[in-house]
Design a protein around this ligand. Sequence first.
Ligand SMILES: [Zn+2]
Length: 263
Amino acid sequence: MDKRLEVLPDHVLILRDLTYEVNHTTFQIDTLLIFREKLYLLDVKNNDGDHYIEDGIWKTAQGTEIKNPQHQLLRCTSLLRKLLQIIGINLNICAHLIFVNLEFTLYQAPRTPEIIFPTQLNRFIEKLKTEPCNLGRTHQRIANQLLQNSLKVNRHQIQFTYQLDQMKKGILCSECYGFMRRYNQKRLICLKCKKIDLTTNRISSNIKEFKFLFPDKKITSKDIYNWCGGVATMDVIRRVLNQKYDLISQGRSSHYVEKSKPD
Ligand SMILES: [Zn+2]
């Protein structure tokens, strides 16, 4: 979508990835275009495959309910309107859902100009090109104010820095993230909620967690043993690793990699 918008006249101001908080509610805006008389709020969707609407509920071909994008757009628009009032900007908002994936189909699609389907995208862009966009200083001020009010950091984007040697080692409960200890030969128990789980299950999650947190680190049985905080024996850890990973030996050292083929 960003690429497609490049054809717009240079004067059009394009703001992206904005996050605001209004009335203790956080909302995000993909793309906001500032024209002379209105703001275009674009919610870009990458859904693919067949979808249908039943009693106002959006579903995938398999019948799984998805978040209603029209409701999301409505919510976003009304929060943006409130924000504009607060910072004293008086411009109309033109809100659109833009489905960009060519593989997306919506049966019983509502006939509304609010939704732009992939087959309509070209015409939509052409229409945008004709919007008056001779902007004045006030528009620049509007853009600045919208940027200034955007929360630089929201709780979904907080950056954490961490180092392996500074982290508390152990196996966490899948239910409450409490630490677990050995319960019997094959099971662990959570110290917090008392949930009992198979040791091999928890080790397997711990390996995934390790991979996720340290994508550049090679996986060795010793590292996983340490990561599990000594709660599981080296034997069990090796067994889990051998089940799911291939052992690569390089001289005296060896590490595990994801199996090349599923079993
Ligand atoms: Zn627990």
